[in-house]
Design a protein around this ligand. Structure first.
Ligand code: 2P0
Length: 318
């Protein structure tokens, strides 16, 4: 009977993941690329034992859809470990789950790492990335230090994330509050696949953008990385808008923030924007420009600066 604690951080994609070609195995329609943040953490302890699975988030017992996802994930770990033992999962997020910083990515990265250790599995980073993917696709990338490429792959074995080299940069996260919560990424991806006339173009366009992004990272070309980042984010939101009925994640204030980012570029501060399935805007910038970008975006919402951070890691196993 083991106990293990793991820590993981969110990641923000420069080339976005939107859509699956296999929902059971959680294989994405295309590859993606991200930076793991050094800020905001999920800390999760898994203790094997007891009569039934228990999931507690930020000190409160969780039930319903969120808990079911965790218990289904534990079933996968048990299958790998050849165990029937139940477990207690205690998880804590630094940031409110609604802060728009992919809590499912850090959540399942921490859970995969802690649960594998608690059940006595000794998995490599690539194996943990594959496992985390089954909980939430983007979690595959939060296993990885600094910058990650998630290979789409064509089966369970080939779909995992690994580290790539990229120039040092900062992400400036601007939390734009736009009222009611957006449609979840999982439901939004399904709806886009089922209704958008443009969906067939998405995977090939993303694989092309990913190849260009990998080349730009290898060349340490921040300008090209920024241009590709902003273009791909806009393509993802255009795709979501083309669903019927449309998924409109960006708010008027989000567009105002993108306009400010363009103004900053025009004045010589090189920064580019991206946004996930919600109204928050994330700017990327060279380290020396991060404070100026954060100051310029602060009128649109609370901002904070994140640097490249570590992939999920074990705090201690007993
Ligand atoms: C990304 N997002 O690449 C994209 C951009 C949101 C917008 O990955 O269904 O929570 O659990 O695999 O991982 C969010 O998707 O979805 C996401 P599931 P997930 O970061």
């Amino acid at each position: 009977m083991g106990t293990a604690t793991a820590i993981a951080h969110p990641n923000i994609a420069l080339i976005k993941y939107w859509g699956k070609r296999d929902e059971t195995l959680m294989l994405p329609a295309a590859g993606s690329l991200s930076m793991t943040l050094d800020s905001v953490a999920t800390r999760t302890t898994v203790s094997v034992g007891g009569d039934s699975d228990v999931f507690q988030l930020n000190g409160e017992l969780s039930t319903g859809r969120a808990a079911d996802k965790v218990f289904k994930f534990l079933d996968l770990v048990r299958q790998l470990a050849g165990s029937d033992d139940r477990a207690t999962v205690l998880s804590h997020n630094d940031a409110p789950t609604a802060a728009g910083l992919a809590s499912s990515a850090s959540g399942f990265a921490a859970l995969a790492t802690a649960a594998a250790a608690a059940y006595g599995l000794n998995l490599s980073t690539a194996e943990l990335s594959r496992l985390a993917r089954r909980g939430s696709g983007s979690a595959a990338r939060s296993l990885i230090d600094r910058f990650a490429v998630w290979h789409a792959g064509d089966d369970d074995q080939t779909s995992f994330a690994e580290e790539i080299d990229a120039p040092d940069m900062r992400m400036i996260i601007c939390e734009i509050n736009a009222g009611p919560k957006a449609v979840s990424s999982r439901d939004g991806m399904r709806h886009t696949r089922d209704t958008s006339p443009f969906y067939p173009a998405w995977a090939p366009a993303t694989e092309k953008a990913l190849a260009e992004m990998l080349a730009a990272c290898a060349a340490q070309d921040f300008t090209k990385i920024g241009e590709l980042t902003e273009a791909h984010a806009m393509q993802m939101h255009a795709l979501a808008l083309s669903a019927v009925p449309p998924l409109r994640y960006l708010a008027p204030t989000s567009f105002a923030a993108f306009d400010r980012i363009a103004e900053l570029r025009a004045t010589g501060i090189e920064t580019y924007g991206t946004a996930d399935a919600g109204p928050n805007v994330v700017a990327i910038a060279r380290p020396k420009d991060a404070a100026a970008v954060a100051a310029a975006l602060s009128e649109f919402g609370a901002t904070h600066i994140a640097a490249p951070g570590p992939g999920a890691y074990l705090e201690g196993a007993a």
